[in-house]
Design a protein around this ligand. Structure first.
Ligand code: ZN
Ligand code: ZN
Ligand code: FE
Length: 766
């Protein structure tokens, strides 16, 4: 019997060699019909004997191209047409535009081989790619993903490239960014003023200048990097000085795994992550003795390292036996540069030279940052290689645009049963970052082809994104509390809806009571929450200043732990007391002057790091906590006293006894490592004890862990272990960051659920 079936495939099926793949299977089975991209995915009509049609679907399922992923297949029996042959048709423009573009993908082995083969016509061509690899999202101007909707549109294919592009059995069949040295993008080296240098080989010239200590801005996939020789301490210091980046660790790129293993102790899992097509930065334990300049990642046990992800990077690193620092090309709190002229303007005074090319970057996309912790891959920054892959949701929700938090911002659109997060935007402190924020909203609306009428935002009235929400004149604006959003994000990516005991441990988030929350136990589902317990409030003398100068927090902790003789204790711990600083703090505390109250675990970390003399002033967020974690490796520590006050609702988690104990032990000569480890261990026991009390009260045995503090590997692993021991089911983040980079997802799912459960909420714009 002859049948004709219309198959619709959804998932990552565009720009990944899916149509030629379908073509090959259909031709092999002698089926007739066609395949084409549609805004909803890929559709194929196949006609032939019943048996062959069956085989077709089996073969599709079993031999998918490496970058393709099918999330849905629908089939429909349609009338037989008796048209001979099988064709690849032009794209359909209409229909439900549900399908976005695939993420950028690292150079595949086949392309790599060609790149270094002197007999190949693409020998040393820095823009080599194929259907299995290359730029995707970052060159896209619209959908569907066809060449005319990319920044390759202005390059017309040479006869040979065209032939590859049109030959179904070629690896470059419909590889949209296909190019060669005859017809494709080319490199240029510019001087500090943006003038082109007349050199034979811009790349070779750039390498030589790098090796003699220059700072070179290199145009990558989603933006520029600033590169310097990572073994040249003076060059690294120079870069830090020009970029005003004092101590924050810098990422490096090495040419291959062998070189990576000379610098760090990557496990098999970490090695696989380094080599994955997403090609992220991976935080890996640094080796003790390496060729790296000390100024690359001072004071940190981990090194952020990545392997080359583009032919250009492979060529750049080819003769560099050590590593290159490759840090995002931007000034503090500004987004990464993408345009050639933009780079020359914004990086003036930072870069000595610019290695650029004429393939435009259309979507700003930073490097992703990952690590392996508690047995899973964790994302600290989700961007290149991961975006715009969807987070699948458990159920379809009404469309929502979520505008995210203020720091480590991303935005998110929910469409149907998928959530799409934007690339990492960063901290919304500069006009450039705010422009990037609007750029990201447009991007996500464009690739999801939706403009949701519901907008979700943070509860904080002062955030730029909150004000932007009001300005957008949506039919509904739904503010979501920061830590609730954290927990909902965690539930959503675990395909759970709650209720759970949500443990959100964080820097800061605006609380319903106007205080700064950040050590929260919420009984939460994706719709609502109650605050069941929190870390007992403590004051932040000087507010923002206390965040930069954790010794102030230490002083406040001492004052409440030892009201009678705290200053004497402070002196014995060497807290700074220049010009009566401690008296000033005392006055501020007594009169409650600029001393906002907080339950933030992040700030408690800062305070304890200062008490232990690890760090009293920080130059970047999280620095004190990172060093406190670093101090505690290789010791176990012991559980120190703490108190859970259940007389009050919410329960109060009181760490004054812990502070007292740490201070006494410190004065008695206790080691920093031991006390830092004990601090971590005590937190985990305190959280697990609190969770047990809440389990009794609410009959819940599932826990969701979220918030920036769980980027701390030790805290995450020990908490998970301790909760596991007490038979809790523990949800953690794997697909999205546990830090504020995941907030937009939580906001979107929370708002979507509320609208779904209560459609009248649509009318209640605040
Ligand atoms: Zn390839
Ligand atoms: Zn060509
Ligand atoms: Fe947060």
């Amino acid at each position: 019997m002859i049948r004709r079936v219309l198959y619709s495939f959804t998932g990552t099926v565009q720009g990944v060699g899916f149509r030629p793949f379908i073509y090959r299977i259909a031709s092999k089975l002698k089926l007739h019909g066609f395949v084409q991209n549609s805004p909803g995915g890929v559709r194929a009509e196949v006609e032939g004997p019943d048996e062959a049609v069956h085989r077709f679907l089996d073969d599709v399922r079993q031999t998918l191209p490496p970058l393709a992923e099918i999330t849905g297949i629908s089939s429909e029996e349609i009338p037989v047409r008796e048209e001979p042959g099988f064709f690849i048709r032009e794209s359909l423009q209409e229909g439900d535009r549900h399908i976005p573009i695939p993420p950028d993908s690292a150079t595949c082995d086949d392309c790599l081989q060609e790149l270094f083969n002197p007999d190949d016509r693409r020998f040393r061509y820095p823009f080599t790619n194929c259907t299995n690899c290359g730029p995707r999202l970052t060159i896209v101007s619209g959908i569907p993903y066809d060449r005319e909707n990319t920044s390759m549109a202005c390059f017309s294919l040479c006869p040979e490239c065209r032939q590859e592009y049109e030959t179904p059995f070629d690896r470059r069949f419909h590889a949209e960014p296909n190019a060669c040295s005859l017809c494709g993008p080319t490199l240029q080296l510019l001087d500090a003023d943006g003038r082109e240098l007349q050199v034979d080989d811009p790349l070779q010239e750039a390498v030589e200048r790098l090796l003699s200590g220059a700072v070179i801005a290199v145009k990558g996939l989603g933006g520029f990097h600033l590169a310097v020789d990572a073994k040249n301490d003076q060059a690294v210091r120079e870069l830090r000085q020009r970029k005003f980046r004092e101590e924050k660790p810098l990422a490096v790129m090495v040419r291959d795994m062998e070189t990576a293993l000379q610098l760090c102790e990557a496990t098999k899992r970490e090695q696989a992550l380094l080599e994955s097509p997403e090609r992220p930065i991976v935080l890996v334990r640094k080796k003790k003795f390496t060729t790296l300049a000390p100024s690359v990642a001072p004071g940190m046990p981990d090194l952020g390292i990545m392997l080359p992800g583009t032919p250009l990077h492979h060529l750049l690193l080819e003769n560099i036996s050590s590593a290159l620092v490759m840090t995002s090309a931007n000034r503090t709190d500004e987004p990464i540069c993408t345009g050639n002229r933009e780079a020359v303007k914004r990086l003036y005074g930072i870069a000595d030279f610019y290695l650029v090319h004429n393939r435009d970057i259309l979507v700003r996309c930073d490097d992703s940052i990952t690590m392996v912790a508690a047995g899973d891959i964790r994302l600290m920054r989700r961007a290149r290689g991961f975006v715009p892959n969807a987070v699948p949701l458990q159920e379809p929700l009404p469309g929502v645009l979520a505008l995210g938090p203020h720091l480590k911002a991303t935005v998110c659109i929910v469409k149907g049963d998928r959530a799409y997060l934007s690339p990492h935007i960063g901290d919304m402190e500069t006009p450039q970052a705010r422009d990037f924020f609007h750029e990201s909203v447009d991007l996500m609306q464009n690739i999801t082809q939706s403009t949701p009428g519901v907008i979700a935002c943070d509860l904080h009235p002062g955030y730029y994104s909150t004000r932007a929400a009001a300005d957008m004149q949506a039919e509904t604006v739904i503010p979501v509390q920061h830590h609730h959003a954290h927990i909902v994000g965690c539930l959503a990516e675990n395909a759970a809806t709650g209720p759970v005991i949500g443990i959100a441990m964080d820097g800061t988030g605006y609380g319903e009571d106007g205080h700064i929350w950040g050590g929260e136990f919420l009984i939460a589902d994706t719709c609502s929450y109650t605050r069941a317990a929190h870390i007992k409030y403590f004051p932040l003398p000087g507010s923002e200043q206390a965040i930069r100068e954790p010794w102030r927090i230490a002083a406040a902790l001492l004052q409440s732990a030892f009201p009678d003789d705290w200053k004497e204790k402070a002196h014995s711990l060497d807290l700074p007391d220049r010009e009566g600083a401690l008296d000033t703090i005392e006055t501020m505390l007594r009169k409650n002057l600029n001393c906002p109250r907080t339950s933030s675990l992040g700030r408690l970390f800062d305070g304890v790091a200062a008490l232990l003399g690890i760090r009293r002033k920080v130059s970047f967020e999280g620095q004190a906590a990172m060093e406190l974690e670093a101090a505690s490796v290789q010791t176990n520590g012991s559980v120190l006293p703490f108190l859970i006050n259940t007389d009050e609702i919410p329960f109060q988690l009181d760490f004054s006894p812990l502070i007292r104990d740490i201070v006494e032990k410190r004065r008695a000569g206790g080691s920093t490592a031991q006390l830092a480890a004990s601090f971590h261990l005590t937190l985990c026991h305190a959280f697990a004890d609190t969770a047990e009390l809440l389990r009794q009260k609410h009959s819940l045995s599932r826990v969701a862990l979220s918030g920036g503090c769980f980027q701390n590997r030790l805290l995450l692993e020990r908490c998970k272990e301790e909760l596991g021991k007490r038979s809790f089911k523990v949800y953690t983040h794997r697909l999205i960051p546990t830090n504020d980079g995941g907030i937009a997802l939580g906001q979107a799912v929370c708002a979507g659920t509320r609208i779904k459960n209560n459609p009248t909420e649509r009318q209640t714009t605040p």
